[in-house]
Design a protein around this ligand. Structure first.
Ligand SMILES: [Zn+2]
Length: 112
């Protein structure tokens, strides 16, 4: 499994692609393919057929997968899209690997 630099619930900024400049919450990560799904980004419209004459067919807007290398984590502390590094910190008496923001130096969250 590839190590992902972002995880579910992270706020990320899109660097490349048709949604460059947008930011949103990570809804899913796919470590095998190195892809992520970000809320409101890479929207694809799926057409749904009406199942019966009582029901209307509809369009469902869904966020599509994008490459994780196209997104940057938005630091919850300085609110900027930031490069992250990892370091070890002692949390609750345990040494854990955590991510930190290279811009402001604050700890972001632990890596599972
Ligand atoms: Zn920061």
């Amino acid at each position: 499994m590839n190590k992902m630099h972002v995880k579910v619930d992270d706020n990320v900024y899109v660097l490349r692609g048709k949604d460059a400049g947008k930011s949103g919450k990570v809804m899913a990560v796919f470590p095998k393919t190195g892809q992520v799904v970000v809320e409101g980004v890479n929207i694809v419209i799926k057409h749904q057929k009406a199942k019966s004459h009582l029901e209307q067919g509809g369009r469902i807007e869904q966020a599509g997968k994008i490459s994780a290398s196209n997104v940057m984590l938005v630091c919850p502390n300085c609110k900027k899209p930031s490069k992250t590094g990892s370091r070890f910190e002692e949390i609750d008496g345990e040494t854990k690997k955590v991510r930190f923001c290279k811009a402001c130096g604050s700890t972001i969250s632990s890596i599972k």
